[in-house]
Design a binder for this molecule. Structure first.
Ligand SMILES: [Zn+2]
Ligand SMILES: [Zn+2]
Ligand SMILES: [Zn+2]
Length: 167
């Protein structure tokens, strides 16, 4: 048995829930994913293995995985919850490109320390945080820059045409 399975079974027991083949499968499929998956993504992946698993079961199990600390919920501003591995994974935060949806993971000990300090200053007991930075990634910025010279040369053409017409 893997450590993750042990964590999960212990969590189920604590909730008075039984270990089932479907729950085991959902955990297994979740652990096989990389990066960030939505409940819907996970549901489709699970269905590939076993078409009898219902969407509600997948969503409920995902909630159990999150509560047990195996999964972590992240929100990227598209209105959907994304999940990623959390167990023995270093904490990180996200930058999300508003153009293409690309997600960049980063970790800054300085930023983490500032957040703790802010919480302490407000006598706020911090249990978790979701830091999301929204912007435009380098690829999209390059693409936008690539479009500009074309626009400029087009307007130069117009300027030239206007000059010619004025003569
Ligand atoms: Zn953080
Ligand atoms: Zn982008
Ligand atoms: Zn992440």
């Amino acid at each position: 048995m893997t450590e993750e399975q042990e964590v999960f079974i212990k969590h189920l027991r604590g909730r008075g829930l039984k270990r089932t083949a479907q729950r085991d499968l959902i955990l297994e499929v979740f652990l096989s994913t990389e990066g960030h998956v939505t409940g819907e993504d996970l549901y489709h992946l699970v269905r590939k293995q076993d078409a009898n698993v219902g969407q509600t079961t997948v969503y409920r199990t995902l909630k159990l995985l999150t509560d047990s600390g195996l999964a972590r919920e992240a929100r990227f501003g598209d209105g959907r919850a994304h999940y990623e591995h959390n167990y023995k994974h270093q904490h990180h935060d996200h930058m999300i490109c508003s153009e293409c949806g690309r997600v960049i993971e980063f970790y800054s000990p300085e930023l983490e320390a500032i957040q703790d300090e802010m919480a302490a200053r407000h006598k706020f007991e911090l249990t978790s945080h979701l830091l999301r930075m929204i912007g435009v990634c380098v690829k999209c910025r390059r693409q936008a820059r690539g479009r500009k010279p074309a626009g400029k040369s087009a307007s130069k053409e117009l300027e030239r045409a206007a000059r010619v017409a004025a003569r």
